[in-house]
Write a protein that binds this ligand. Structure first.
Ligand SMILES: [Zn+2]
Length: 154
């Protein structure tokens, strides 16, 4: 499942990319462009604009909240997304799949503390950003679990 997000949903787009989903986010984007991309590339339209959602004939989610976490919860819930499988496989900035990197190659690319305390690293081939499962990722996992708990009504 792939997505096109309107330009009010930049943070949601980044979170979805961190879950491994292909999300394009043309900004600024005209409505016609978003609709064309959704149709031409078979992408689910994510928008906060009711009028735009109504004009979209394909799959779409009319995002209700202004809060990125509630937005993510809504999309995960409505589309029953898998939040484990692709976690941390795509660059949040470029939407490119990231490639795992041998530890010895990141020595000069990350802070010494990070190098000393992590074993697994990956890099975006486009922008060169290095990813690792640091505390920010742990926090994200925890928040996601909360969001999913909410989905299951527990
Ligand atoms: Zn990148």
């Amino acid at each position: 499942m792939r997505f096109v997000a309107d330009d009010m949903l930049g943070r949601l787009a980044k979170w979805l990319r961190l879950l491994g989903y292909d999300v394009i986010y043309p900004a600024p984007a005209r409505d016609a462009q978003l609709l064309r991309l959704a149709q031409a590339e078979d992408r689910v339209l994510l928008t906060r604009d009711r009028g735009l959602a109504e004009r979209c004939s394909g799959r779409k989610v009319l995002v209700e909240s202004g809060d990125p976490w509630e937005q993510l919860s809504q999309v995960v819930r409505e589309l029953d997304l898998d939040v484990e499988k692709g976690f941390l496989t795509r660059c949040a900035l470029c939407n490119e799949p990231i490639e795992s990197l041998p530890k010895e190659e990141v020595r000069d690319l990350v802070p010494p503390y990070v190098f000393g305390t992590h074993e697994r690293f990956a890099r975006c081939p486009k922008c060169g950003r290095v990813y690792w499962e640091g505390s920010h990722v742990e926090r994200m996992r925890r928040k996601l679990k909360e969001a999913l708990g909410w989905k299951e009504g527990t």
